[in-house]
Design a protein around this ligand. Structure first.
Ligand code: IPE
Ligand code: IPE
Ligand code: MG
Length: 247
């Protein structure tokens, strides 16, 4: 069944080059089972593995996952600590497999706010997977889009002050070059799980023309089949980028 769906996808047209995912619904998944919230986050790790493997199978070259937002720092300390421990567990458990699969992991966000343990885990996974050429996996951690955009403005202002750049050289391209995603194309498809119909400060600049796909599936239950369904839906969309289509 899974492979049939996949075959159809690859036949039906181009797959997105860059898929971004807002992984949401871990807490509700846990609550529905009478479990503490961190158990939902734990269960979400399996979904991360699924979506990574699904992306490789569907030949998507770039996958970006929203794992922890800047605003998530405002959650109870216990939950934040559990999420940080989970990041370290993820690196310990998945590192060798990610290397074997040819996944190159990059982590973006305000990483200065992280404690030494999670910071070390990030350094480790980035170093270990640096040679991966099959899938680029971007983990957005301690990430907020407005903060990223403000940072880009600050970096450009500093370059102007240093005399490296003229104000009229600030273009969409020079601006985008100061974002964390400087070397990546914009996402073609943005998936959000758990039924929420909002963006929650995620990649506001980069999703200008992304196709949106909201699914009620809670993140811990997300499987590669759900990714394939989203791609299938994407393949039926007509992307116009403001133009008109003839015929
Ligand atoms: C997503 O699940 C994971 C993070 C935001 C870290 P949530 O923890 O937001 O789960 P819900 O939205 O409360 O169900
Ligand atoms: C967005 O989910 C952040 C991540 C998925 C990491 P949230 O659960 O934090 O978003 P809101 O609060 O429902 O908008
Ligand atoms: Mg949520």
């Amino acid at each position: 069944m899974a492979s049939e769906h996949l075959k159809q996808l690859l036949l039906d047209g181009p797959v997105p080059e860059h898929v971004a995912v807002i992984m949401d619904g871990n807490g509700r998944w846990a609550r529905a089972r009478g479990l503490p919230r961190y158990r939902g986050h734990m269960a979400g790790m399996k979904a991360v593995r699924e979506v990574v493997e699904g992306a490789i199978e569907a030949r998507i070259p770039i996958l970006t996952l929203f794992a922890f937002s800047q605003e998530n720092w405002n959650r109870p300390t216990r939950e934040v600590s559990a999420l940080m421990r989970l990041l370290q567990l993820y690196v310990a458990r998945e590192r060798d497999e990610l290397v074997r699969q040819g996944v190159r992991v990059r982590v973006h966000g305000d990483l200065d706010r992280l404690a030494a343990g999670p910071r070390a885990a990030i350094d480790e996974i980035q170093a270990a997977t640096a040679g991966g050429t099959v899938l680029r996996l971007n983990l957005m951690i301690s990430y907020g889009s407005r903060a990223e955009i403000t940072r880009a403005a600050r970096l450009l202002a500093e370059r102007v002050r240093a005399g490296e750049l003229q104000p009229d050289e600030i273009t969409e391209a020079t601006f985008a070059a100061e974002l964390y995603t400087a070397d990546l194309p914009d996402p073609d498809l943005l998936i959000r799980t758990s039924g929420e119909q909002r963006i929650s400060n995620f990649m506001l600049w980069q999703i200008a023309y992304a196709e949106l796909y909201m699914t009620p599936v809670l993140w811990p239950e997300f499987r590669r089949e759900h990714l394939f369904a989203a791609i299938h839906d994407f393949q039926k969309r007509e992307r116009r980028f403001g133009r008109v289509t003839t015929g």
